[in-house]
Every structure is written in C-alpha cells, then in structure tokens.
Design a protein around this ligand. Structure first.
Ligand code: 0RA
Length: 634
C-alpha cells in the first residue's frame, strides 16, 4: 500500500510539471498547442493501424469543446502493471510510458512529436478512456489534469475491440481556443493518404460538418490532389520497394509549371526539413534521367548533363519511408530532418532503378519530361548570365533605364536597416516619397499590373518590366539562384490601397515572391503595410482606425461630435499622414508574411493563381498565416 501511495505522488508530480510548463511538452498553449493534443491521441490510434491492427479511426469535435478519438485496434491493455496500477492508468498518467508497451514495430512518434497520452491528460479538465478488449468494455475517467475520477471498471460486454478516448482541454491552460474542423480534417486527410486502406472520419458535432478519407493508393491520390489544379504531363508514377529493412514508397508526376514540390514523410510523420531520404531521391532521379538521355543520344552540342534543378522543374513528389525504430535518427532543432544515413543510399537506389525502368518502358513520357528539363537548363543559364551581367555592370544602361525615375533610393546603403516600399500607383508613390524617412526608406512605385507568376515562366517574368525592376532593386537574384542574404533590404513592404485592385496586386506580388523569392518570406523579410481605413477628427484630437472594430471602439471611447473620413486609397493621404499612419516604424503596424504549411500554401497558390480565379479574401485568410506585428519597431 505504501508503495502505491509513493508512486501516486510521483505520478501527480510528473503531471503537475507538465501543467507548469506546457510549452516544453506541446510547444505552446495557443491554438496550435491545443491541436497538438489531438495529434498525440490520434497518433496512438495510428500506431495501432501501422502495426496492423484496425483500419478505422474517428475524430469527433463534440459540442462541449471536447474531442473524441475512436479506433478499432486491439484496445488499450487493462491488466495489472507491476506498479500495482492497471496498464491503462499507467499509459495515461505516466510520462513517456506509451513506448514500454509497444516495443516492436513502427511508431508514429519515433523521435518526433510523441510526448505521450499522459501529457494530454495532464492538460485536460476531463479525460475518459474506454477500451474494448477481452470481451469486455472497460472504462476509466480522469479529471483536473490526470487525477483518477473513476477507477478502471467494466461497464459492459462486447466482442468488439478498440479504444475510445475523450478529452476536454483545460481552459485555464488553453485560453480562448477552439478546435478547428479544417485544421483537423486537413491533417487527417494527409494521414489517410499515407496509410492505404485506413478510413478516417472527422466529424464536427457543433457545426454539423463531416469528412471521410479513405485511399487504396494513397500516395498516388496525394500527388493527384496536389496537382489537381495544374496541367500534368503524364499519369502519376509510383513505386515501392524495401531494402535494408527500410520500406520506400514514392509517387511523382510532372506538371507544366516551373516549380518543384517534394513532400517527405518517415513513419507517417512529415519531415519538414527533408534529410537523407530526400537527398537520395534527388540524386536517384537526376541520375536516372541523365543516364537515359545519354544512352539515347539526346544531348546536343556541348551539353552532357542536366542539373538536379532542371530535372525537378515542374515535379510534384511524395516520398514516404517506413523505418524501424532502431534505425531512426532525426536532426535539427525541431527534429524535422531525417538523419539515418542508410536511408539515403536505399532511397537513391530504389528511385534510380524504378525510374530507369519506367523511362525504358514509357519512351514518350521520357521524351516529354526531358524536353522540359532541357528547356529549363537553357532558361536557367540565360537567367544566370543576365544576373552576372547585371553584377558586372555590363547591362547597366538597360537596367538603369528600367529603374530610372522609378526607384527613390534610400540614402543609407545598409541592408540591415533599409526598407523597400512597393507602392501601388504613381500618386501614392508620390505621397510615399514625400512622407518617408529618406535615410533608410526606399520607394518603388509600381505602375502597371504585375504579371501572374503562377502562369508565366521565369523567362517571361524576366521580360515583365515591373518584375524585372523588383528583382534588380532587391538585388538578390531570382528563382533557383535567389539568395535572401544578398537582399539590399531588411524589409520589403507591399503597400496598396485597401480595395479590390489593391488586393489583386497584393496577391500577384505575394505569388511572385512565394514562387521566385521564397527565401525572403522564409527569412521574415516580406511585409504588408496596413494603411488606416478611417480618419476620425474631433476638433483638435485625431484618431485613425485600421479596422471596423477599431472604428467602433474609438467612437465608443470618445463620445461627441466627430467627422469621419473613409480612405478609399493611399492617394487620399498627404505625405505627413501616410508617414504617421503607415510608414513610421514607431506608429505603424505591419503584417509579416509567413508560410504556415508549405504543402498547403503550395496547393493554395496553385489553386488560386493558376487557371481558377478566386477572391483574394479567401486566399489571404487561408493561404498564408499572418502575424500581426503590433507597434512593430525596427
Ligand atoms: C499498448 C499495447 C497494446 C495496445 C495499445 C497500447 C493501444 C493503445 C492505444 C491508444 C489508442 N488506441 C490504442 N490501441 C492500442 C497491445 C497489447 C496487446 O494486445 O498485445
């Protein structure tokens, strides 16, 4: 009995530690952190499926804000553990206990985000675990961060097996958070893509929404989904093979676009920073195409090989590896990069052999892809040459002509503090030039419509004057050769009117930066300016409102007579007003652009900027996550 009490105290201390520093276990206590709880619980069910037990998972967002995850696996074990507690209680209350019960096979969590179900319990107001096992239905309940509310008991009989976990996040830890159907559904769809035959249902009881995902050829469906809105050059190619206990499955397809998107996963967890498997894939595919071209005498003139970047132009690929736990190695701060050295050679040889075989069997497809790769090579060499000439000043007159009268440069030449404002229209450009702090702020007015970077090739883009000017002004190259560290500016700020035209220009520019200067976004150097929507004059006192909510708030806090002006464009502001409201680092607000999830951003950019035309509001809301930098200071 004494032993039981001691372990009980230790367990509660462990759970209390999680509650004191939740960020250490789940990253944060915002919306993202709260969804992490769902991933933890779902991962346990997925582990069951990966290991061959069960084929159906249900995720339900309940009306009371709790989430239920149900599977038809073996059911959580309920027998007594050596500590005197049931296995089920141990799994849900002892930190890192999960692994001890699943020693063989693959684990979803292997080295990545798995912190265990007990962490979810620690951060929940209420948790219930029901296990269908041994002909019985078992149930245990916890409350207030993992304290047993109802000890394990049998509540019925059943010949089914499976587990149902329901938990309600503690509102003291997660403030003002709700579960998002879209966030959960998108992640579950991705999981279903990676696990053939698995059915995942996502149900939102509050909003009456539901999705069901099931794929028999998941990777192929994944690639088809990613390429849904693009023109493709052939049917999806897919292959699977196992070497050195590592299972490699890959699906790929070329599109007529100019970008590459490669997603990779290890044991169903996304490797956001790539790693040895991606390197192996790239080497393998480059070698296969080069060998084919050489063997069929397709190289002309002095060309004797294609670069990897040429071979990958227009390529969409999903790579999925299953690696036994003992071979798993992850690297990097967030453990998003596969280290396992042997995964490189295994993936390379499987890719090389499979593609080589495919090309030999499918001559027409081979020639189509190679034709594209060779064109890519020519275009890239032309772009590099132009860039070098620009550097060496060879084409100076031409570039200066492009820039002349347009760019108002900053006096400082310091790329660590300089800001470049891309301003819609000449009149707003005039106000911005008048209002700026010329020491570190440069103004580039954009006259014409910007070309759509999703539909144009790099070649065509380079011929567009507006784009050309931006590339030369930023001075860090473009496309494959873009290097954010060479940027002449610490901040590139897009400043447009708050109307439909302005919105359109924003989307076009964001698309261009996303496709051809992504490093700028990744380095956090791309911003949207936030001009005010209203000016409120109370005799001597003046306020600016940036949103309708703010307008209401100001009116509420300042009763009395005032005149309200709704700004229809930047041009209505005089230089001083523009400086004060939108450009002065001490008083302005900027929106920093960041790419939340590369595969989704990728999908949405092509959906919205490809052949379909969609309103910007959706794009803005869904494609990129905006971080408000209130009172942002340099
Ligand atoms: C440990 C051992 C066994 C199953 C599980 C854990 C298990 C855990 C969860 C969590 C959600 N769903 C789950 N399904 C299974 C298997 C023990 C055995 O039967 O040999």
């Amino acid at each position: 009995m004494a032993k039981y009490d001691e372990t009980s105290i230790k367990i509660l201390e462990g759970l209390e530690a999680v509650r004191k520093r939740p960020g250490m276990y789940i990253g944060s206590t915002d919306k993202r952190g709260m969804h992490h709880l769902v991933w933890e619980i779902v991962d346990n069910s997925i582990d069951e499926v990966i290991n061959g037990y069960g084929n159906h998972i249900k995720v339900i967002i309940n009306k009371d804000g709790s989430v239920t995850v149900a599977d038809n696996g073996r059911g959580v074990p309920t027998g007594m553990h050596e500590s005197g507690k049931s296995a089920i209680e141990v799994i849900y209350t002892i930190l890192h206990a999960g692994g001890k019960f699943t020693e063989d096979g693959y684990k979803v969590s292997g080295g990545l985000h798995g912190v265990g179900a007990s962490v979810v319990n620690a951060l929940s107001k209420y948790m219930q675990v029901v296990s269908y096992r041994d002909g019985k239905i078992w149930m245990i309940e916890f409350e207030n961060g993992g304290k047993v509310k109802t000890p394990l008991k049998v509540i019925g009989k059943s010949n089914k097996t499976g587990t149902i976990v329901k938990f309600l996040p503690d509102s003291e830890i997660f403030k003002n958070c709700n579960f998002s159907f879209t966030t959960i559904a998108e992640r579950m769809q991705e999981t279903a893509f990676l696990q053939n035959g698995l059915t995942i249902e996502v149900i939102d009881e509050a909003d009456q929404k539901a999705e069901k995902y099931h794929y028999e050829n998941g990777l192929t469906s994944f690639v088809e989904y990613m390429n849904e809105d693009k023109e493709t050059l052939h049917k999806v190619i897919n292959f699977t093979n196992t070497k050195e206990k590592i299972e490699v499955a890959i699906a790929l397809q070329y599109t007529n676009t100019y970008n590459e998107s490669i997603l990779s996963f290890v044991n169903n967890v996304k490797t956001v920073d790539g790693g040895s498997h991606e390197v192996g894939f790239k080497t393998g595919i480059t070698k296969a195409f080069n060998d084919y071209a050489k063997n069929n005498n397709l190289f002309k003139g002095k060309d004797t090989s294609l670069d990897g970047a040429d071979v990958r132009e227009g390529l969409t690929a999903v790579i999925s590896l299953k690696i036994p736990e003992e071979l798993l190695q992850f690297e990097g701060q967030t453990k998003g990069k596969l280290g396992t050295p042997i995964a490189r050679s295994v993936t390379e040889s499987i890719t090389y052999e499979s593609i080589k075989f495919f090309l030999e069997e499918n001559k027409e497809v081979a020639l189509t892809i190679l034709d594209k790769a060779m064109k890519s090579k020519v275009a890239r060499e032309a772009a590099r040459k132009a860039r070098e000439e620009a550097r060496n000043g060879k084409n100076k007159s031409k570039i200066e002509k492009n820039l002349s009268g347009k760019l108002a440069p900053a006096q400082s030449k310091n790329p660590k503090i300089n800001e470049l404002f891309l301003v819609e229209g000449n009149s707003a450009g005039g106000s911005a030039k008048g209002g700026r702090d010329r020491k570190f702020q440069a103004i580039l007015p954009l006259r014409g419509k910007v070309i759509n970077g999703e539909k144009a090739s790099l070649d065509e883009l380079l011929k567009n004057e507006e784009i050309n000017t931006i590339i030369h002004t930023v001075g860090a190259g473009v496309g494959q050769s873009f290097d954010a560290s060479e940027s002449n500016y610490d901040k590139v700020i897009i400043m447009t009117d708050a109307d439909v035209d302005g919105a359109h220009i924003q989307v076009l520019l964001l698309t261009f930066f996303y496709r051809y200067m992504r490093g700028l976004i990744e380095e956090g150097k791309l911003y949207l300016a936030m001009p005010p929507l209203y000016k409120l004059d109370y005799g001597k006192k003046r306020f600016y409102a940036y949103t309708d909510e703010e307008l209401a708030e100001i009116k509420n806090n300042n009763p009395g007579k005032c005149t309200i002006q709704r700004y229809k464009g930047l041009g209505e502001m005089n230089p001083e007003q523009l400086w004060e409201t939108t450009m002065n680092p001490d008083t302005r607000s900027l929106i920093r652009i960041n790419i939340n999830d590369a595969s989704l951003a990728e999908k949405r950019v092509s959906v919205l900027m490809g052949d379909k035309v969609e309103p910007r509001k959706d794009w803005i809301n869904e494609n990129v996550e905006f971080t408000m930098e209130d009172d942002y200071r340099v």
